[in-house]
Design a protein around this ligand. Structure first.
Ligand code: SF4
Length: 332
């Protein structure tokens, strides 16, 4: 066992914050000692969450035709990809997604729309109405991921029963211009702060394997810590034909597990959620994500790609001796 990793871990387990230098040391570990980081990340996860893991599902509620240029995204209208574009879906489909989420033991169902913002659009009012109706029913709560929001929008979400929004920072501030040029990092941070001010919980993370450096990964983690977000979705690039990142090399599974583990050291008591790209990138070691410190994952399909069969994920969790939250946050 690497003594320095053990010392850093014990310090975190005693409720001390990890320093940037120590986190950088962990990110620099390679080879067999990555297992030491995983071992301690698992201990830290257990210390914060015991053997309980969370699940969430999402529905693509408006897809494609996006004006923005996020270089990893198949939904940008600037790239020639194979995805289908559609306008805002009807309420029935959202209801169906919530019912499926309930069946899959999801703690929440994220309603996700493409585009920079829904400000001033009827679609925003419709989503609020649907969220309000669903908040009165027995099922996992609806969260939204609808791009940039103003304080007025944030307040309306809260008054319609929405508890949490997703708005990813995607990467570090320094690397961000390599990922998106049509809106700024500052815009993204402002939406998070605006939502927090209105009382919304924040789900914000990023995407890895988009050409960022180790320091960019650390900078993102420390920024999320500074913003005190509640949940951190970690996506791993699955290159999409037609996007500028279509030929990007995938990250190695052990490197991905190490990134998850170091995030657990930096954010010991936050929900770390392994999201898009899990199946393609982690392949046979998907179940290791929990040993690497994640306490949450997505279940069911992603926005534009299929996920693993939910039954298999639920079985995986059971086989690991873990328990899902089974709607602790659900309304009754
Ligand atoms: S990530 Fe969102 S904002 Fe960026 S291109 Fe895709 S849909 Fe548009």
């Amino acid at each position: 066992m690497n003594a320095k990793i053990e010392k850093i871990a014990k310090n975190v387990l005693q409720d001390n914050e990890i320093s940037y230098d120590d986190a950088r040391f962990l990110m620099g570990i390679s080879g067999v000692e990555i297992y030491d980081i995983l071992y301690w990340a698992n201990r830290i996860r257990y210390n914060s969450f015991n053997n309980v893991v969370s699940l969430c599902s999402i529905i693509s509620a408006r897809q494609g035709s996006c004006s923005e240029d996020c270089r990893f995204c198949s939904q940008s209208s600037r790239y020639n990809t194979d995805i289908s574009n559609f306008p805002l879906i009807e309420k029935e489909k959202i209801v169906e997604a919530v019912e499926k989420g309930k069946e899959y033991k999801s703690d929440c169902v994220g309603v996700v729309t493409s585009g920079y913002s829904l400000e001033g659009s009827d679609n925003f009012d419709k989503i609020c109405e649907d969220a309000y109706e669903l908040s009165k029913q027995d099922g996992p709560p609806v969260h939204t991921s609808i791009g940039t929001i103003t304080s007025k929008m944030a307040e309306k979400l809260v008054s319609n029963g929405v508890e949490m929004i997703n708005h990813n920072l995607e990467t570090s501030e320094g690397y961000y211009p390599n990922i998106c040029t049509t809106h700024t990092y500052k815009d993204r941070v402002e939406t998070i702060e605006t939502a927090k001010d209105a009382g919304l919980k924040i789900c914000s993370g990023g995407i890895f394997g988009v050409g960022e450096s180790v320091m960019d990964r650390l900078d993102l983690a420390f920024k999320l810590k500074e913003l005190d977000v509640d949940a951190i979705p970690m996506n791993f690039l699955s290159p999409v034909k037609g996007t500028p990142l279509s030929t990007e090399n995938s990250l190695e599974p052990m490197e991905i597990l190490k990134i998850i583990a170091v995030y657990r050291f930096i954010l010991p008591d936050k929900e770390i959620k392994v999201a898009g790209g899990r199946e393609e990138n982690l392949r046979d070691v998907q179940s290791w994500m929990f040993y690497a410190g994640a306490n949450s994952t997505m279940i069911g399909d992603y926005l534009t790609t299929s996920g693993k069969r939910p039954e298999e994920d639920l079985q995986m969790i059971k086989d690991l001796g873990l328990k899902y939250k089974v709607g602790e946050m659900q309304k009754h």
